[in-house]
Design a protein around this ligand. Structure first.
Ligand code: SIN
Length: 284
C-alpha cells in the first residue's frame, strides 16, 4: 500500500490496496493514521462488483449506519444510498437541487453525526465536472482572528435538519424521519477525538442559532464564519476517476458536490456513512 498527498490543504491517495480483502490490523492502523492526518482519502482502482463488496470495504474503516431518509436508499440495502445528479424528491415528485451541492458536513443535526462518509463512483460524466470539494476546518479555525475565536470559545450552535437560512432545499421527511432528526446543539469548535485538534464545526445547511445570541447577532456571526472558511487555501477539489472510493472526515471537513459540465450526463455513486461519537467541545 502506498499513500501520497494530493492536496495542499488536505487529501491523500491510497494505491496498491484492494479493499475487498479483509485487511490485517497493521494496515488498518496505517489507514486510520493517514485518515487522521489527511482528512480525505482516495482509494484508487477499487473493483467492487456489487454493493456488498462496497459494504465490506467500508467495514474496514468503520461501522456503516443507515441514512436518515429512505428516499435514496438502494433497494435491498440498509446502509447504501444512491446518489444521482437527476434525483427527484419521491414525496413531492419535484426534481431536487443538486444533492450535496453546497458546503456542509453530514448530519450535524444528529446527536451522533456520522464520523465519515464514503462514496464509490459507478458512472462518471464523460464531459467532466462533478468534482467533490473539501475544506479543511482545522485550518479554518486556526486562521480565525483572535476576537472571533474568543467569541465562539465554549459556545454551541443549534443544528436543525434544514436551517431557515439553508442555501438549498433538502428532502421532505416522513413523520418518523422528522422524529429521528429534529436537531441538536453542537459545539462550534469541536475537538477531534483522534488528532485532539480543534476544528470549526459549523454547517451552512443546518446551523440555525448561536447559543446566548439573538437571531440577528447569531446570523451575523455565522456569516463571518462562512465567509472565512470559504477560502481556496483550505480546499481540495477531487476530480473523480473510475474505481475511486473516497472517504472524508465529517468532524473536521466540509464538502460539496459540483454539477457535471453536461447536466444530461449521469453522475452515479453509491454512498455509505460510518457511525460517529458525540461531538466534544474543544477546550476554550
Ligand atoms: C454528499 O454531499 O454526500 C455528496 C457529495 C458528492 O456527491 O460529491
Amino acid at each position: 500500500m502506498r499513500i501520497n498527498r494530493i492536496g495542499d490543504a488536505l487529501g491523500a491517495e491510497v494505491t496498491d490496496i484492494d479493499l475487498r480483502e479483509r485487511l490485517d490490523s497493521g494496515i488498518v492502523a496505517k489507514i486510520n493514521n493517514a485518515f487522521t492526518d489527511h482528512i480525505v482519502l482516495v482509494f484508487r482502482n477499487q473493483k467492487f462488483a456489487s454493493p456488498d463488496e462496497f459494504i465490506s470495504a467500508a467495514e474496514n474503516l468503520g461501522e456503516p449506519m443507515p441514512p436518515v431518509t429512505m428516499t435514496y436508499r438502494l433497494p435491498g440495502y440498509e446502509v447504501v444510498e444512491e446518489l444521482k445528479n437527476n434525483s427527484m424528491d419521491k414525496r413531492t415528485g419535484n426534481p431536487i437541487d443538486q444533492r450535496g451541492g453546497s458546503w456542509h458536513t453530514d448530519h450535524s443535526n444528529l446527536e451522533r453525526p456520522p464520523k465519515a462518509t464514503t462514496l464509490f463512483a459507478i458512472s462518471l460524466p464523460s464531459s467532466g465536472g462533478g468534482n467533490t470539494e473539501f475544506t479543511n476546518m482545522y485550518l479554518a479555525f486556526e486562521s480565525l482572528p483572535g476576537d472571533i475565536k474568543h467569541e465562539i470559545a465554549g459556545r454551541r450552535s443549534f443544528q436543525a435538519y434544514e436551517s431557515r437560512r439553508a442555501p438549498r432545499k433538502l428532502l421532505t421527511r416522513s413523520e418518523e424521519e422528522i422524529e429521528g432528526s429534529s436537531g441538536v446543539w453542537q459545539p462550534i469548535v469541536r475537538k477531534h477525538p483522534e488528532s485532539g485538534k480543534p476544528a470549526l464545526y459549523i454547517n451552512p445547511m443546518r446551523s440555525d442559532a448561536i447559543e446566548g445570541m439573538e437571531e440577528r447577532e447569531g446570523d451575523e456571526l455565522l456569516d463571518i464564519l462562512y465567509r472565512h472558511f470559504d477560502n481556496p487555501d483550505f480546499q481540495y477539489s477531487h476530480e473523480w476517476r473510475p474505481g475511486d472510493m473516497l472517504i472524508w472526515d465529517n468532524r473536521c471537513a466540509l464538502h460539496q458536490a459540483t454539477p457535471p459540465v453536461n447536466p444530461q450526463e449521469l453522475r452515479y455513486m453509491h454512498r455509505i456513512m460510518l457511525k460517529g461519537d458525540l461531538p466534544i467541545m474543544a477546550d476554550p
